[in-house]
Design a protein around this ligand. Structure first.
Ligand code: FEO
Length: 384
């Protein structure tokens, strides 16, 4: 992949992976990006996932030939990027490892050494001259581990952004950036909106021509589009007008209520109605929808004195990521003692700026005429 004459791509595509970070489906694989900045001195930025060490070293050799890199800059210690640090230091014994003190502390845990004899500890605002250019380091704690830093190349105006601006999918897959970047963001970084806001502010004064993340494509055009999305996502803003309905249904009666609500919303001209069956969909897709739209409807049954397990898990996925600033409607179902609405409201009691609709739909087993009237009221309230 061409980035600039002096910034080269040395990363790999993983087409074998089933679950990224042990939980996210990645039907189009993953890319673990690594970059090489060539100048009077040469710096390799980040390593790749464990199974790809030799391919990565081969990529470095193809770019640098017999020349040894002077530096290995480690921005993030999660193993999808850091697994091959020791392989690199063995292959290039004269190279210096550059990272934050927190990163070196984690290196010691993974590799049994923190490279005391060949390391350079950098902190926020430090820089490293490669000769014709200077690399500046910006710490980005919790985006998405505590040791993370980003790197800015002042000559090529390139930002190496660690996990930020990354997406699921190998580089040779043809798919919409926002769709898989949003699912990645809310799945992996979504809890840390405040920290993402902080780094966006810190980077605000930089003149950036290209963003090189650790996953997904290098971003070189219309950077405002990507920066604006990250600002919206990390500030828990509403990206798209519309309603997302997330439901569980055991025998189809709750689903029937959901379908009636969906049809009513569509007939009222709601700009978008997304529906997710939480027992069958990719939970990460439902999570990204919940953060994307401003209005959410939760429809579920009372179950074992609580709510149906997939709904319980979904709400936990939202609240642990700081879900806020949204309107929520509820459809509850129960044959003898419906309690789901009460339990759902309690689950959000520590969430900020969550507003529940006045209308709640309570189904006692099967949808009746009274429920149809409640559904109409709920639809009107959501469309106001
Ligand atoms: Fe791509 Fe947080 O590792």
């Amino acid at each position: 992949m061409y980035i600039t004459d002096t910034v080269k791509y040395a990363g790999v595509n993983d087409r074998e992976i089933d679950l990224f970070e042990g939980q996210y489906t990645v039907p189009n694989g993953m890319a673990y990006n690594s970059y090489i900045v060539t100048d009077d001195k040469t710096a390799v930025i980040d390593s790749v996932g464990y199974s790809f060490g030799n391919e990565w070293l081969e990529n470095i050799k193809n770019i640098l030939g017999d020349k040894s890199p002077d530096y290995l800059i480690i921005q993030h210690m999660e193993p999808d990027h850091s697994s091959n640090i020791a392989l690199f230091t063995d292959a290039y014994p004269t190279a210096t490892v550059v990272a934050t003190d927190k990163a070196f502390a984690i290196m010691k845990k993974f590799f049994g050494t923190d490279f005391t004899d060949r390391r350079m500890i950098v902190k926020d605002g430090d820089s490293l001259s490669l000769g014709g250019r200077t690399l500046s380091f910006y710490t980005a704690p919790m985006v998405h581990w505590p040791e993370v830093m980003m790197t800015y190349d002042s000559l090529d105006k390139t930002l190496f952004s660690a996990d930020a601006f990354g997406k699921f999918g190998a580089l040779d897959s043809d798919e919409n950036w926002a769709c898989e970047a949003r699912r990645y963001y809310f799945g992996i970084v979504g809890k840390y909106g405040q920290q993402v806001q902080a780094i966006l502010k810190k980077l605000g004064g930089l003149d950036i021509s290209a963003i090189c993340p650790l996953h997904g494509p290098v971003l070189k055009e219309e950077l405002e589009y990507y920066l604006d999305l990250y600002n919206t996502w990390s500030s828990y803003g509403v990206e798209s007008e519309g309603v997302v309905i997330c439901y569980t249904s055991v025998y189809g009666n709750t689903k029937k209520a959901v379908e009636l609500l969906r049809d009513e919303l569509v007939s009222l001209g709601c700009p978008k109605v997304a529906v997710n069956d939480l027992a069958r969909c990719d939970m990460a897709e439902a999570v990204e929808d919940a953060f994307r739209y401003g209005k959410l409807v939760l429809a579920t049954t009372t179950y074992n004195g609580g709510i149906f397990p997939f709904m319980r898990e979904f709400i936990e996925e939202l609240t642990e990521r700081g879900y806020k600033n949204r309107k929520i409607g509820i459809i509850e179902n129960g044959s003898w003692a419906p309690m789901a609405a009460k339990i759902i409201k309690k689950a959000f009691e520590n969430s900020k700026d969550i507003f529940f609709t006045e209308a709640t739909v309570t189904v006692n087993s099967a949808v009746n005429d009274n429920n149809k009237a409640e559904i109409s009221l709920l639809a009107k309230e959501l469309c106001d």
